[in-house]
Design a protein around this ligand. Structure first.
Ligand code: CP
Ligand code: NVA
Length: 310
């Protein structure tokens, strides 16, 4: 097979235009409403999925998504492929590009995803890095739009907890979609400093981003509250010390008292009850949270059709 056309990739919400992101969200709504209409959209196409970290939602939603679009997905665990034995990503990218129509990767260093995209001649999708989780946050935006039925412009969103890959992607989303994002994080656990500097320089999208220490300040009048685990994949050894640092950075019924009435609570999952969210609050919002998880399927199918379709 000869080399294929140079693709667009989905590595970072900041690299797409607002118009293209809106296109994916609109297509996701169509796909959710009438999946049968798209059952052959990717007939004969294959997606390779490289996982250097664990996954339930990302793996299953991409795999089922490809199947429902008439294509197939190939799961590549780093421990059972040459990826885990040190074959360079530059070579993996070029080999896979001769076999498949797209590559999804979940890994540690964000630079690895960029290297893969640089050498691949098929689209590359970021399925999570230490820096970003764009598939999840695009899904979260879809879920908010679906639930509230209004534009996100000016919406008040709070993120409580670690300034991690989710927080960084929420910052990109705030700039793209023009909502107000308040992040509450402990000192030393703020989002990426370079990203925050970009926020200071670029308020063009109308979105305002601020980082505070006090969760009550972030949650004040918030219409959407969002959190994530205190210790991400790769930080297992810090889990105990992080439990001390993050105590109080929790979505619970007391925090919800200062939020807007009817505020939404989102969680990308997996959830650690009693840490970043109480069991009580989680169960009160479980239907919304599991709809959020379901929406990974619809949004990623829209991404796949956009990137891999003819
Ligand atoms: N939210 C999310 O990406 O879940 P997985 O780690 O199970 O893929
Ligand atoms: N911040 C979490 C997200 C999991 C979906 C992690 O990276 O482990």
């Amino acid at each position: 097979m000869s080399e294929k056309r140079k693709p667009n990739n989905f590595l970072d919400l900041a690299q797409w235009s607002r118009r293209d992101l809106d296109g994916v969200l609109a297509l996701a709504a169509e796909l959710k409403a009438d999946p049968a209409k798209f059952s052959q959209s990717l007939a004969g196409k294959s997606l390779a999925m490289i996982f250097k970290k664990s996954s339930t939602r990302t793996r299953v939603s991409f795999e089922v998504g490809m199947f429902q679009l008439g294509g197939q997905a190939i799961f590549m665990s780093s421990t059972h492929t040459q990826v885990g034995r040190g074959e360079p990503l530059e070579d993996t990218a070029r080999v896979l590009s001769r076999y498949v129509d797209g590559i999804m990767i979940r890994t540690y260093e964000h630079a690895e995803v960029e290297t893969l995209a640089q050498y691949a001649t098929v689209p590359v999708i970021n399925g999570l890095t230490d820096f970003l989780h764009p598939c999840q946050v695009l899904t979260d935006i879809f879920t908010i739009q679906e639930h509230l039925g209004i534009s996100l412009s000016g919406l008040k969103v709070a993120y409580i907890g670690d300034g991690n890959n989710m927080a960084n992607s929420w910052i990109n989303a705030a700039l793209q979609f023009g909502f107000d994002l308040k992040i509450a994080a402990p000192d030393g656990y703020e989002p990426d400093a370079i990203l925050l500097e970009r926020v200071r320089q670029q308020a063009a999208g109308g979105g305002k981003v601020s980082v505070v220490n006090n969760p009550l300040i972030a949650a004040q009048e918030a219409q959407v509250l969002n959190t994530d685990v205190w210790a991400s994949m790769g930080q297992e050894e810090e889990a105990e010390s992080r439990r001390q640092v993050f105590a109080g950075y929790q979505i619970n019924e007391d925090l919800l008292k200062v939020a807007a009435p009817e505020a939404m609570v989102l969680h990308c999952l997996p959830a650690h009850r009693g840490e970043e969210i109480t069991a009580e609050t989680f169960e009160r919002f479980q239907d919304l949270i599991f709809t959020q998880a379901e929406n990974r399927l619809h949004v990623q199918k829209a991404l796949l059709v956009t990137l891999l379709g003819d």
